[in-house]
Design a protein around this ligand. Sequence first.
Ligand SMILES: [Zn+2]
Length: 398
Amino acid sequence: MNIENELKELTCTIANPGLNEDGSYSRLPFSEEYFLSVQITADILEKEDLDVHIDTVGNVIGTLKGTNPERGKIMIGSHLDSVKEGGLYDGALGVASAIMCIKLLKENNIKLKHDLLISGLQAEEGSPLGGTFGSRSMMGLISIDEEYEKVLRSYGITKDDIEKAKIDTGDIKGYMELHIEQGKILETGNISIGIVTGIVGISRYMITIKGECNHAGTTPMRMRKDALICAAKVLTFIDDQAKGRKDNLVATVARMEILPSAIAVIPGEVQMLLEVRDMEKASIDAFMEKVKGFCDQLEGFDIDIRIIIEKPSVYCDTDFGDAIREACDIEDLTYTAIQSGAGHDGNAFGSKMPIGMIFVPSVNGLSHCKEEYTKWEDAEKGVRALYRTLLLLDEKIF
Ligand SMILES: [Zn+2]
C-alpha cells in the first residue's frame, strides 16, 4: 500500500464536506458539513469492519476488537470539526491517520491484543460550547448551569444528551493523537516528528487601567493621566518580560478597549485582555507578580488585574512518549520533544487517562487558514510513527 496516496485520499474525503470555493474548509460544530463528515468517517470505519457508534453529541467512535480484550482499550483519533475557513489538515489528518493504522494492521495481518477505538470528535475548536466539547462530554467534564443550558439548547442538545455521551474510562489504557504542529519548530529544525511533552495551561486576565478622562485640547501634557499611554507601558513591559525569558512562556494582549474612545477626549480607561500560556502554573503566577509589581509603581493610575479564565496544563504520559521515541528509532525518523501551545482533545482525555501526541511539521507554521499545509511525505512519516507506537503500546501496556 502506498501510505502517502492513501492518506491523502482519506484526509480529503473526510474533510470534503466543508470545502469552500476558495479552497478553505468550514466544518463548524454541529453544522450540516460536520455531520456529513461524521457519516463519511462512520462509513469508512464500517467498511473496515469496526463496530461504529455515533454518540448523542455527535462524536463518532469505531471499535476494532482485540484478541485479548481483557487488556483493555487504546483510543486514537482527532477532531472532525474545523474553524471557519480553516485548512485541510487540522483534525482531519489525525482521524485519517488513525484509520490508516487500521489499514496497516490489515495489510500486515496483525491483530492487536487491545480493543482499538478510533474517534472522530465533535467541536474541538472554540465555539460557544467551549473548546474540546466532544471529548469533554465523553469524559463527563461538562458542568451545566442555566446559562450554559441555553447555549446547549441553541445547538439542539439536552442535558440528557450530555449524560448519555459519557463513557466508562475504566478500561481505556490511553489516548493517542497525530496532529499538525501549527507552529514552525519542526520545519525550521528540519525534524520529522514532534513528541509532545504536554499541552500548555492558559490563564487569561482582564487588566483595567483607570486614569482621567479630560479635554484633549485644553489639558496640558504634564497634567494628563492618559490611560492609553499607561496601557502602552504595561503592554510593552509584558512583551519585554516575556521575550526576555529562556523558557517557553508566551504572553499576548489581543483585545483592548479604550474608553470613551472619542475624538478630542483623553482616554480615561483602558481594558485589556492578557493571555499567558505555559506548562507550569507557577511560572505564569511569577510572571503575573512581575506585571503587578510594574503596575503598582505607575503613579496616578488605578490598575486592577483580574483572572477570568484558568485552564490547567496537561502532561503527556512519559511511557507513551518513550514508545513514540522507540517507534521513531525503528522507523528511522528524526524527532524532538515539543510542547503544544494550542489546546487539543488530549486536554480532556488527559484528565482520565494517559495521553500521547505526535506532531508533524506545518509549512510556515500556518494553521486555521486555507494556507495550512503539511507535505504528504511528512504526514506519511507521522502515520508510520503513530502505527509503530500503537504496536509498541499494544505489547507494553496492560
Ligand atoms: Zn486541531
